[in-house]
Design a protein around this ligand. Structure first.
Ligand SMILES: NC(=O)C1=CN([C@@H]2O[C@H](COP(=O)(O)OP(=O)(O)OC[C@H]3O[C@@H](n4cnc5c(N)ncnc54)[C@H](O)[C@@H]3O)[C@@H](O)[C@H]2O)[C@H](O)CC1
Ligand SMILES: [K+]
Length: 461
């Protein structure tokens, strides 16, 4: 089952739809709070718990959690700076049998943060800020209900202090902030509490682990996919892409280059022919252009040759700085995958006249304007294409090393050559890249990462 990732507006619409179908908001809150309390109980194991309750329905969830824990015999301390401001939160407050305090300090080893959920609408100040600062400074076990209270649910940016949580319990559906920086890195383990909301037509989805397969019994190198990496001015980057692509399931990887590559592995085929001639090989299934390409006139000509060849293409690095409307003239955008980091994404938006703020909106607007599939890579990776946005679990921070993107692009090209669509290829590649990094451990080089793509494949077979 795919897991939906919703905007606040979509979340509110899903709750309204559930209510129109006969479930009251109070029933939803009870289910949410009791589901969360079960997780708090697992974490607390009988130790006293402090619950911070805000004015809205997130605070309402807090009262339900406090009541549930109290009925299990927990010592519960509820801090609520103000009385609830919604009818449903007032119901929750009235059903809670214990007392509340208006401010800290708190002493308990487990603290549940229900100050604000997706209704956070302005900077966190005053007593709420003090509570979040106290939470940040405390070494207690921190649990965020729905989202951390200073986080904007749609974009993951903050409006106040953001403590490092140990556990975040998403209610009803994932919000975009669960998979966007900086918030995603501060949420600790993430768990989703199902509220039975109707989420079928969500445009945002959490990518699920791909299932890859071994080659067919009658496979040969061409049926498994021929990848051609188009080299340019700098030899190192395309070689890294080849090293990764050769380990991601391709039957054949070729490097189209007119320069010498003394470091190339013996099992990589280097084609020194004129590029136009080399591109005439009908057996090529996918091209990768960009790593080490350069940005001069010759580089632009090589990119143009690749694009007009009609092949499926992964465009990365320098190709993303060269790409414009003229180069895409007559090219079928459904065959092209872009793999920009944030700087390249900004450059692309400028080239295509796309005005949008933030990585998510930029990637969505660029894909909508051009029809291209966009894999916006980074500590939070977003994949946009075919009208869908895919979000990913966090990868290793050791991936922040030079050449890491060349490795990712090489994997993308191999997966694209292996009869996968740009969306599927990019999805496979992100998972393989993350798994390779996990297997590579700390402080790896890009080449070591590329070598770990092979054992990473085994995890998905
Ligand atoms: N997903 C579900 O189906 C359910 C979710 N529930 C929970 O409800 C919250 C959203 O509740 P809402 O009342 O809309 O918003 P909040 O509780 O996040 O807070 C709104 C409240 O706070 C005020 N406010 C906003 N920002 C600030 C600020 N910086 N300083 C002070 N006050 C602020 C605002 O004016 C409102 O009064 C969702 O996340 C879930 O936790 C329900 O349980 C139902 C099921
Ligand atoms: K919260």
């Amino acid at each position: 089952m795919s897991e939906a990732v919703l905007t606040v507006a979509q979340m509110v619409a899903a709750e309204k739809a559930a209510m129109a179908a006969g479930t009251s908001e109070w029933e939803l809150m009870l289910k949410a709070g009791q589901g969360a309390a079960q997780w708090v109980h697992r974490a607390a194991g009988g130790r006293p718990v402090t619950v911070l309750c805000g004015p809205g329905n997130n605070g309402g969830d807090g009262y339900v959690i406090a009541e549930d824990l109290g009925s299990r015999g927990y010592d519960v301390d509820v801090i609520a700076p103000v009385e609830p401001s919604t009818d449903t939160a007032r119901t929750a407050r009235s059903q809670f049998g214990g007392d509340t305090r208006e401010q800290g300090p708190f002493e308990h080893a487990i603290v549940v943060d229900c100050l604000f959920g997706y209704g956070l609408s302005r900077q966190v100040e005053g007593v709420y800020r003090e509570l979040l600062e106290e939470l940040s400074a405390s070494d207690c076990f921190k649990i965020a209900i729905d989202v951390p209270s200073a986080v904007r649910s749609d974009c993951g940016s903050t409006l106040g202090p953001l403590p490092r949580y140990d556990l975040t319990l998403a209610l009803g559906a994932w919000k975009q902030a669960h998979f966007l920086m900086p918030s995603m890195a501060m949420m600790g383990a993430k768990e989703l509490i199902d509220l039975g909301l109707p989420l079928d037509d969500a445009h945002g989805v959490l990518s699920s682990r791909p299932a890859l397969s071994a080659p067919a019994a009658d496979a040969h190198k061409y049926t498994r996919g021929l990848v051609a990496v188009v080299a340019g001015e700098m030899p190192g980057a395309p070689l890294l892409s080849c090293e990764a692509g050769m380990r991601a399931g391709a039957g054949y990887v070729k490097l189209f280059s007119d320069r010498s590559h003394p470091d190339a592995p013996a099992d990589l085929v280097i084609v020194e022919d004129d590029l136009d001639e080399a591109l005439e090989d009908d057996r090529i299934d996918a091209l990768l252009v960009g790593p080490g390409l350069g940005r001069g006139e010759t580089s632009r000509e090589r990119l143009a040759a690749a694009l007009t060849s009609g092949r499926q293409c992964v465009l990365d690095a320098d190709a993303l700085h060269l790409l414009d409307d003229d180069l895409l003239e007559g090219v079928d955008p459904s065959r092209i995958l872009l793999t920009p980091h944030e700087g390249e994404l900004a450059a692309l938006c400028e080239s295509f006249g796309v005005e949008a703020d933030g990585k998510l909106d930029r990637a969505r607007s660029l894909s909508a304007a051009t029809g291209l599939t966009v894999l916006a890579k980074g500590p939070d990776t977003i994949l946009v294409g075919e009208g869908t946005t895919l979000f990913f679990p966090q990868g290793s921070s050791w991936l922040s090393v030079a050449g890491s993107g060349d490795v990712l692009a090489g994997i993308c090209a191999t997966r694209l050559a292996g009869s996968r669509s740009p969306m599927e290829a990019a999805q496979d590649a992100v998972w393989l890249h993350h798994e390779a990094a996990r297997l590579a451990g700390p402080a790896f080089t890009a080449l070591q990462l590329a070598h770990c793509v092979k054992p990473a494949m085994a995890s998905f077979l």
